[in-house]
Design a protein around this ligand. Structure first.
Ligand code: SAM
Length: 220
């Protein structure tokens, strides 16, 4: 079994942020938006680790009621997200906030939906994000924590890099390889969710390289 190998937490190097933004995330991002819609996401939402803001920019046109707080710790990423939000004309629906996913600057139960896309693997102790996401989500709200899934061995890892980062440059391929290496296995995520007290959240394997922890909307 491939051991978990951590990578740096926050992506605050401007060059790394620009390189990440330029990668083609269109297919997994579109699948992420579809899942949020299936789960019944609406209203006041939180995007944890928004990076360059791809998800809020895609989500707003799809869910008319959405107002999104987009949290990240990296100034370099927030600058890219600010530009994207402004260019999309979404400055009145997306608020960018600098803060730590492990200690979120938000009141308990204040969001109708909380989601994050590929940040969990950045954290040495991902349970803090899970605990915080659960705390700020209102009872019955939608949760979607999606991330990469660590491959079982080095051969599978290299095959995923070859297949999914074929058109990427060497630095982008390196980023993808390191992220796969830092990701969780489904049983590890299940155990962390259980320990963090996320009752009713289920782990779903989404693709050859993605998994999610999710809860669908339940009426109040
Ligand atoms: C791989 S990027 C994903 C960005 C975005 N969610 C997407 O789907 O494109 C991970 C993001 O999480 C942010 N991040 C990592 N640790 C964080 C923390 N403790 N608090 C807030 N943001 C964090 C990084 O700065 C980076 O922008």
């Amino acid at each position: 079994m491939l051991p978990r190998r951590l990578e740096p937490e926050v992506m605050d190097d401007p060059q790394e942020a620009v390189s990440y933004e330029a990668m083609d995330h269109s297919e997994p991002n579109a699948a992420f938006i579809e899942r949020l819609m299936e789960l019944g996401a609406a209203g006041r939402m939180l995007d944890v680790g928004t990076g360059p803001g791809h998800i809020p920019a895609l989500l707003c046109p799809r869910i008319a009621s959405s107002r999104i707080v987009a949290l990240d710790h990296a100034m370099a990423m927030l600058e890219l997200a600010r530009r994207r939000v402004r260019q999309a004309g979404l400055a009145r629906r997306v608020w960018l906030v600098r803060g730590d996913a492990k200690a979120m600057p938000f009141a308990t139960g204040c969001f109708d939906a909380v989601f994050s896309n590929t940040i969990l693997h950045h954290l040495a102790q991902p349970q803090w994000l899970l605990t915080e996401a659960w705390r700020v989500l209102r009872p019955g709200g939608v949760l979607l924590i999606r991330d990469l899934m660590r491959p079982v061995d080095a051969a599978q890892l290299e095959s995923l890099v070859r297949h999914h980062a074929a058109g990427a440059d060497a630095s982008q391929r390196g980023m993808f390889r390191d992220s796969l290496h830092a990701a969780l296995r489904p049983d590890e995520l299940e155990r962390l969710a259980h320990e963090a007290g996320l009752r009713g959240a289920e782990v779903v394997i989404d693709s050859d390289r993605h998994l999610s922890l999710q809860c669908r909307h339940r009426p109040r």
